[in-house]
Design a protein around this ligand. Structure first.
Ligand code: GYE
Length: 308
């Protein structure tokens, strides 16, 4: 889309669309940035947005999609909170002739004709990057290296995939062991609560590494570690995912070691894909968002440049 021009190059892409967006919730810094990016991009492109916050509940998202169908929106953008259980409602949208664009999170369904494309990050790869960073970081350290894991929302694509990718890599060296693994639902409050329980039951001295499936849980856990009287990033190595500002602040303060980037700012790319679809372009079923990883020593320098 070329900024100022009203008309798009081809087909009906210049037409104003009514887009229903069923978002997961507002559980993390990442999510807030993602919501804003998508909302802004839809509005800036001159389309109408109907927004629904699912509050991390599947039934809310099913209701929202049904309501979008009743309202006869042109397209549905959908970030499924969990991978399974959405086929029926997605079929209803398909039967009504309304295309679904999966954003951020995938569904685990046989019939990929239920959605046009899935635009999101490669969460397995993020987990691998986290594992590889740890292997390199601890190359000279003798085992056992005890890891505690804070998982994301149970049944969600990023929780399943980030666990899988991480385990795949650390599994190559048996000095690493995941001694505790529990969900913190991607929130700071839950991350703190579960880390407190880990520290209590295992004794902080026994825990060498925290792998958190997102930065918010890592930040909550850092608080728990400090309150327990230990030094985060020194006594316990802290790995997060997302690369949100809060993680850069924690790293700049010397309290967090590394964060794997998961870029939420794909609103413009998403709107572009929707417009291409309505212009008759055949889209790939899977489109990836590009990302990187950042360590403590880069944090202070990069913090002012971070957009989320
Ligand atoms: O990492 C986490 C959020 O689905 C990629 O959801 C997203 C994840 C993100 O709550 O912070």
């Amino acid at each position: 889309t070329e900024g100022e021009t009203e008309e798009e190059g081809s087909g009906e892409a210049g037409d104003k669309l009514v887009i229903g967006f069923s978002q997961v919730g507002a559980e993390s810094e990442w999510r807030t940035a993602n919501t804003k990016s998508i909302q802004d991009a839809i509005k800036e492109a001159g389309h109408e947005l109907k927004f629904s916050d699912g509050q991390q509940k599947q039934e809310n998202q099913i209701k929202a999609i049904r309501s979008f169908i009743t309202q006869k929106v042109d397209a549905i953008v959908f970030s499924p909170v969990v991978e399974t259980g959405f086929e029926t409602v997605m079929q209803e949208a398909k039967d009504a002739g309304i295309p679904i664009f999966l954003a951020d999170r995938a569904v685990d369904a046989e019939d990929d004709s239920l959605w046009v494309t899935f635009l999101g990050s490669d969460f397995v790869e993020e987990g691998r990057k986290a594992g590889q960073w740890l292997i390199d970081e601890m190359a000279d350290q003798e085992g056992p290296i005890n890891i505690v894991e804070l998982q994301g929302t149970v049944g969600s694509a990023p929780a399943i995939d980030r666990k899988e990718g991480f385990e795949e890599i650390i599994g190559s060296d048996d000095k690493f062991e995941i001694i505790k693994s529990q969900t913190g639902d991607f929130t700071r409050a839950k991350g703190k609560e579960v880390m407190e329980a880990f520290l209590k039951s295992d004794g902080g001295e026994n825990i060498d590494v925290l792998y958190a499936h997102n930065d918010d849980m890592a930040i909550g856990a850092i608080q728990a570690i400090e309150e327990y009287g230990l030094k985060p990033a020194e006594d316990i190595t802290i790995i997060g995912v997302d690369a949100v500002k809060g993680a850069f602040e924690a790293m700049a303060d010397g309290k967090m070691n590394v964060t794997i980037e998961c870029n939420p700012l794909f609103g413009p790319q998403l709107v572009d894909l929707i417009e291409q679809h309505f212009a008759g372009v055949e889209l790939e079923k899977r489109i990836a968002v590009e990302e990187s990883m950042y360590t403590m020593d880069q944090a202070a320098e990069l913090l002012p440049t971070r957009e989320y």
